[in-house]
Design a protein around this ligand. Structure first.
Ligand code: ARG
Length: 270
């Protein structure tokens, strides 16, 4: 009887130990039976967390970065912003405005971030925080075919058209004097003024310059780069939470090739 009792004791100890062991193995398992944990991990893989609306301030008159196709927004920045929003679990809302108003809007908290082929500059860094750069831009000079302006130096004494508040505006005022610079609310308006002979040259970012020249016969881009710049996303100064989120998403989207794919869709390799 004693033997039987101790056998039962040993057996039940074994069962207990086995159960404990099995329990341990289940800890941290992903494919555990349907529990609350399961639902959460499934959510992570499919739909991202729903964090509500995130508002992007832009100036949708800057192809191929942002422009309108009918009543829809299109372009490199629009698609990268959508990918960032998807990655972070936000619903993207795009607010179109003058380029010159973007920083004010972000700082007033009317919009969450500014993305508009926006160059990182010392001055802007006093007003907003910038994400890591996601693209490079080059300030280019557009002139009519056959113009006597062949280099950037030839711009001295000439009438220059720019988009208000852009680096093209800032640099040309610094280099050639405010009096020589006419500021338009859109780059396309500066290009129209060039066609109409109101200005002798337009200074604008290289990809929009190409897009505008493709649409307007008789214009050429000078072979000299006026300035090379980094494009980045602007957030309200001190909004490190959003900045970190955006930088994290940019890193993921760079590593998984999404950004390169979006850029290739709009800019063919030369
Ligand atoms: N890269 C230039 C700047 O930051 C021009 C950007 C203009 N962007 C626009 N969406 N209009 O000043």
């Amino acid at each position: 009887m004693k033997k039987i009792l101790s056998l039962i004791l040993v057996l039940s100890l074994c069962v207990f130990a086995f159960a404990a062991c099995a329990d341990k193995k289940d800890e941290g398992k992903t494919e555990a039976p349907a529990t609350e944990n399961d639902v959460v991990s499934e959510d992570k893989d499919t739909a991202k967390e729903d964090k509500g609306v995130i508002k992007m301030a832009t100036n949708a008159a800057f192809p191929p970065y942002e422009y309108k196709e009918g009543d829809k927004f299109a372009g490199i920045d629009v698609e990268i912003a959508q990918a960032i929003a998807d990655e972070l679990g936000y619903e993207l809302e795009i607010v179109d405005m003058e380029f010159d108003s973007i920083i004010t809007s972000v700082n007033a908290g009317e919009t969450d971030f500014g993305m508009a082929g926006m160059t990182v500059t010392e001055e802007r860094l006093h007003e907003v925080d910038f994400s890591e750069s996601y693209a490079t831009g080059v300030q280019s000079v557009i002139v009519p075919e056959g113009s006597d302006i062949k280099t950037v130096d030839d711009l001295a004494g000439k009438k220059i058209g720019v988009q208000l508040g852009t680096t093209g505006d800032i640099y040309s005022c610094d280099d050639f004097g405010e009096d020589m610079v006419t500021k338009y609310s859109k780059g396309a308006d500066a290009v129209l003024a060039l066609k109409g002979g109101d200005v002798d040259a337009v200074i604008i970012d290289n990809e929009p310059a190409k897009a505008f020249c493709n649409e307007n016969a008789g214009l050429v881009i000078l072979d000299t780069d006026y300035a090379v710049e980094d494009y980045a996303i602007a957030v309200r100064k001190g909004n490190t939470e959003l900045l970190d989120e955006i930088n994290g998403a940019l890193e993921t989207l760079t590593e998984n090739g999404t950004i390169a794919k979006i850029v290739r869709k709009y800019i063919s390799a030369e």
